[in-house]
Design a protein around this ligand. Structure first.
Ligand code: PRP
Ligand code: URA
Length: 208
């Protein structure tokens, strides 16, 4: 199964705090942002760099800078918004594309309600962010939308992934790497990840 699980101690510690049943909205929000920052650091590890020469304090100096393709960060509404500021801390000039999907509670199918992509998607690397990868329907639909709009290089950052979701995305989009803080056990009969975090959107927004 193609998924990179980030085993860094800070990632695992923060994830453990997120799993507590009585975590407050404020704490969940803060931890989500912190975790997103750490996961984004890992997800951007293989960005291509190039050597250039700049004028340093003691004369010309060879340095490395990120080459070519620019990023677009793609939060999946709503819950993906909770990760956005953490990712932007690391890539502050990235442009933001937004996809709105709501999972139908009966069918578990994602229902699209919004999309707004930045220009020149064919020249950008898309970093999709969403705390939960459950059946994989929402992530696969977002990748479909990005590809339809010309995007060729896509990565996804999630906090918790279920094997069912990873399998579906791997089958439909084998070119997309998934970076996660955890690969959990399975989905329950309602499509929730076990042990998971519960409903991440509700916890971030304080609904329900
Ligand atoms: C959640 C989550 C993902 C999706 C994952 O969002 O944030 O987007 O479900 O499930 P899947 O892998 O089975 O598609 P939800 O649709 O509940 O909306 P919300 O973010 O507005 O809470
Ligand atoms: N969406 C969530 O927020 N949590 C799950 O466990 C599954 C989908």
């Amino acid at each position: 199964m193609k998924v990179t699980v980030v085993n860094h101690p800070l990632v695992q510690h923060k994830l453990s705090l997120l799993r507590e049943a009585d975590v407050s909205t404020n704490k969940f929000r803060i931890l989500t942002e912190e975790l997103a920052r750490l996961l984004a650091y890992e997800a951007t590890r293989d960005l291509e760099t190039e050597e250039i020469t700049i004028e340093g304090w003691c004369g010309p100096v060879k340095v490395r800078q990120i080459k070519g393709k620019k990023l677009t960060v793609v939060p999946i509404l709503r819950a993906g918004l909770g990760m956005l500021n953490g990712v932007l801390d690391l890539v502050p000039s990235a442009k933001i594309s937004v996809v709105g999907l709501a999972r139908n509670h009966e069918t578990l199918q994602p229902e699209p309600y919004f999309e707004k992509f930045v220009g020149r998607l064919d020249e950008r690397i898309a970093l999709i962010i969403d705390p939960m990868l459950a059946t994989g329907g929402s992530l696969a639909a977002t990748i479909d939308m990005l590809k339809r709009n010309g995007c060729k290089q896509i990565k996804a950052i999630v906090m918790v992934a279920a094997p069912e979701g990873v399998k579906l995305v791997n089958e439909q989009h084998p070119d997309v790497e998934i970076v996660a803080a955890a690969l959990d056990s399975h989905l329950n009969e309602l499509g929730y990840i076990i042990p998971g975090l519960g409903d991440a959107g509700d916890k971030i927004f304080g609904t329900k």
